[in-house]
Design a protein around this ligand. Structure first.
Ligand code: SAH
Ligand code: SF4
Length: 371
């Protein structure tokens, strides 16, 4: 289903596109930079606060654009580590954005830092059998403005917590595109959003601090490798052989390991940065020592970092995480080969645990309320 908002979001405009809109409307083009300053640097939340713009211009803006296309409906601070924002879009779709105030060493991030996990689609079409986000299939892609809006909502939240934050370009350190959806299946809107986040007239956020996680869309990985902005890449591997991967990730049929791994290699050679291999540990599915040895060989060949994630139970799904002893045994095989490996153990620290589940619960509650 495609969603066309009544008014396009201002958060989806680039400096160029906004300049063009102003020119068409007969407004001075230098206003574009001022408008974006109000949006991203001063972070005002209404048109009337844009006090250096004339009243007619403000009226034109209000008639033409939606200032913020994602409304905060729930903010749930579950523990010291994660802070989840449930956002509602113009068509009442719900998405989740998560602030993680904790280590995310899996993507090479400093321990005291703040990482923001963003969504790129409502639902997901990839059908990985273990995942909450894909359970109901894909509802729709997010547009660039809705992706950018998630970060602005995080800024609003941080501005409220620390009044000083508003002085900073962005009050967080890393962005991981690991929320709901397959980012590379919404490539153009994702790239437009990341360009806006990166631009000095936007949030000025460094591409090297943005990690995109994919289930393995090979042509898009190769395309991403050619982009000017050097984003980091994480691959959801979850199976070290086609046999195992295929059982849990349907994408492996179109892009088996013989296609995926060379694409990952090409990406990391081009960027000179380590790629992260994400590997969820699921009991009796992919947690054998044989899988560990195969994963070791792949990681050595790609010179990749491995992020082992004990599976987080999803209501209604039968999968379970292995015991800590079994997790450690698996990890030891990688450690023995001197691979850079992280094994996340604390529940709240898990991005996947954080993403997707709040939306699922709220949608279920809404359905019940509607009956
Ligand atoms: N679609 C992209 C990004 C979003 S999913 C991708 O698949 O990479 C982010 C990560 O969370 C992926 O590695 C995904 O496999 C993992 N994940 C999904 N459900 C999970 C669960 N229940 N427990 C642990 N990790 C999960
Ligand atoms: Fe989609 Fe990623 Fe979940 Fe697979 S793991 S269904 S690609 S969100």
């Amino acid at each position: 289903m495609k969603f066309t908002p009544a008014k396009p979001p201002l958060t989806g405009e680039t400096l160029d596109s906004l300049t063009a809109r102003l020119r068409e409307a007969g407004e001075p083009v230098f206003r574009a930079k001022q408008i974006l300053d109000w949006l991203y640097k001063k972070r005002v939340r209404s048109w009337d606060e844009m006090t250096n713009l004339s009243k007619p211009l403000r009226t034109w803006l209000a008639d033409t654009f939606e200032l913020m296309p994602a409304a905060l409906v729930l903010n749930k601070q579950s523990d010291d580590v994660t802070d989840k924002l449930l956002l509602e879009l113009g068509d009442q779709s719900l998405i989740e954005t998560v602030i993680i105030r904790a280590p995310q060493d899996g993507v090479g991030i400093d321990h005291s830092r703040k990482t923001i996990c963003i969504s790129t689609q409502v639902g997901c079409a990839m059908g990985c059998v273990f995942c909450a986000s894909g359970l109901a299939g894909l509802k729709r892609d997010l547009n660039a403005g809705e992706i950018v809006a998630q970060l602005l909502q995080v800024c609003y939240r941080e501005d409220e917590r620390t009044p000083r934050a508003r002085m900073e370009l962005a009050s967080f350190d890393n962005i991981v595109v690991m929320g709901m959806g397959e980012p590379l299946a919404n490539y153009d809107q994702l790239l437009r959003a990341l360009t806006i986040l990166n631009a000095d007239w936007g949030l000025g956020f460094g591409a090297r601090r943005i990690t995109i996680s994919t289930s393995g869309l090979v042509p898009k990985i190769l395309k991403l490798a050619d982009e000017e902005l050097g984003f980091r890449l994480a691959i959801s591997l979850h199976g070290a052989t086609d046999e195992v991967r295929e059982k849990i990730m349907p994408v492996n049929k179109a892009f088996p390991l013989a296609k995926l791994l060379p694409a990952v290699k090409a990406f990391s050679e081009k960027h000179g940065r380590m790629v992260t291999l994400e590997f969820i540990l699921i009991t009796d599915v992919n947690d054998s020592l044989e899988q560990a040895r195969k994963l070791r060989d792949i990681a050595l060949d790609l010179h990749a970092h491995v992020n082992l994630i004990p599976y987080n139970t999803v209501e209604g799904l039968p999968w379970k995480r292995p015991s800590i002893t079994r997790q450690e045994r698996f990890a030891d095989i990688l450690r023995a080969a001197r691979i850079s490996v992280t094994l996340r153990r604390e529940k709240g620290h898990d991005i996947a645990a954080a993403c997707g589940q709040l939306r699922l619960k709220t949608e279920k509650a809404r359905e019940l309320a509607a009956v």
